[in-house]
Write a protein that binds this ligand. Sequence first.
Ligand code: ZN
Length: 309
Amino acid sequence: MNRRQFLLSAVALGVSQNIHASGYGETAFGRQAPPQPAAPPQTRFEELRRGVGMFIGSGGTIGYLINGDGAVGVDSQFMNTAEICVAGLKQRAPKGIAMLINTHHHGDHTGGNKAYGVSKIVAHENCLKSHRATTEKTVDQQAYATATFKDTWSEKFGDETIEARYFGPGHTGGDAVIHFQRANVMHMGDLLFNRAHPNIDRAQGARVDNWIDVLEKVARRASKDTIFIAGHGKDNAVRNTHAEVQHFRNYLNTALEHARAGVKAGKSKEEVQKLDVLRGFEDTASLNARLSLGFVLGICYDEVTNTKP
Ligand SMILES: [Zn+2]
């Protein structure tokens, strides 16, 4: 892994949020990181279909729609790359940015919300709750959802229809799938980690068992040529098809089954976590030191044994 890949993956997962001097004073470990020369972040826009595209920078993939009515953003990474994304969207959409949608509350998806400068931010009600609960010390740096929903939210925007849908807990307790229906593109947020060990936020309501169901339900709602945007992926491979959704569903199922079998056999958490590779998923990457197979199996163990997060 070269330095740039390291920076991208570390920042992507919110572990070393101040590497890019992105306005976060502390690391996730609570200590000041040594000063780093500010490297300009590497970013790019990628068109997908019918005005829908994605912006790849540092943090969860941003989705966007641009048409005659202006632009809509999905997620915001951190302030430094959000500013680049917002400038690019405004350039491409003379009518400006009308609204922002958040797939879930994590800082690498909402940390740049303020950069959009929009008065309308849509999110699932649990996303807003978790966003508030986890940012009590940085309220002035946040822009919180202004419109929330329980099951679905839908709005026409120009000649596109945007739908946000909640399928129950998965990666957090408040993940929404954003479907640009005519373009047939679904932004999965962090419900989809493509060939990478996922973060799983039990403290904010995540459930691996229901996450598997969510992916099955989403797949049934999609059609053969739906494009799925992943929040994160190995080598930034975040433009995905049904095959990647199915692969990740099978990964979660295999990890959970391993934990269930271990618990049934009376194994300890450490014993369940001690597994070098998950058979059939040997090519799965760790996007940072914390997100390993052992981490995922530990979360599965805690879920199976109903251990409080
Ligand atoms: Zn996340």
